[in-house]
Ligand binder design. Sequence first.
Ligand SMILES: [Zn+2]
Ligand SMILES: [Zn+2]
Length: 398
Amino acid sequence: MTEKVDYYEVLGVDRSASADDIAAACRKAARKYHPDLNPGNEEAVKKFKLCAEAYEVLKDPEKRDIYDRYGKAGLERNLGGGGFHDVSDIFGAFGDLFGDFFGGGVRSSGVRPGADVRCGVTLDLHEAAKGVTKEINFRRHEVCKTCSGSGAKPGTSPEVCKFCGGRGRVQQSTGIFSIQTTCPKCGGRGTVIAEPCFDCRGDGVVVEDVTLEVRVPAGVDSGVRLRVQGEGGRSPNGGPPGDCYVFIQIKKHPLFRREGQDLICQIPIGYAQAALGAEIEVPTLDGVEKITIAAGTQNGEIIRLKGRGMPTPRRNLTGDLLIQVFIEVPTKIKPEHEEILRKLAEYEGDSVLKERKSFGATLKEFLKDFFPERKNPEPADDEDDKGDKESKSNKDNK
Ligand SMILES: [Zn+2]
Ligand SMILES: [Zn+2]
């Protein structure tokens, strides 16, 4: 610290400032540059140290007088090394214990907030889609009823801590700052318990089962975490309660598969329905609904029902319901059905459809390129001739 500095400038006060003004300015500056509030900021640490140095000098009328008349050099001459500690000592010894001096704002007081707790809730898809109020059960710290949180055995009360005189903090001097730290004897409570409460063993809190009603917004998905403020553990010594985090799990639905905010439902239809078109019944989140399938619908085709999927939590946005049809091939058929199908196969043999025509052409090319020595049949026509006897393998080819 050999660079030229003006302590009054450092604290932002003028040379006639009173001791109170200086203390107030120092408090303000130190709060601003406190290392805890400026992590990783070297400049702030430097300024913080300078404030400490300035305060050390200006709070002391004798030192201030010497400084005013002879400057920093005068101080060093008059007081030697002994009167002027290295300010960095503060950080080694009292890194985070500036609490009271700086107004108690910096993780310092003995008051501890309650712990956060977590729990889970399982919903079915309908509950997730509409939103629901759910009862959840979990365990958290509650203020001990036996001792009303004092931690002392009923009939006794906590005694004033002799070590700190009940202030919860003790004075420690570094020679620069007079620093208050949390009392090591009572942990900042200011009181000690001679006879602890039997139920909480002096903690003032006990673990209890709690039931709570939680409003789950519409549209949540598995893995979403809801924060219920102030419903976590109670503080053992008058601090704020913790929060409760509720993790959402959604049960698998037998009909709907969820993808983001969209729902997918697979519906089997018959070959005739696909070919001729049909009106079919499909499930939605609001019940069964009739939709129309166009003639010539292909296997795997998707019919999109706009805005019939899942809502988005707290946003006016709803996904779609995707109905995917797949054409079901009967495994057993009645003789009269078989008759009709054989007729159909005959008909298909006469009028080769577009897809099969192009497939037939591609297959022909393939055989010519890779097996040129073979005498290749005409695939499209041949296939249809054998169709009746080999109906199974024929269908696989489609
Ligand atoms: Zn104490
Ligand atoms: Zn108790």
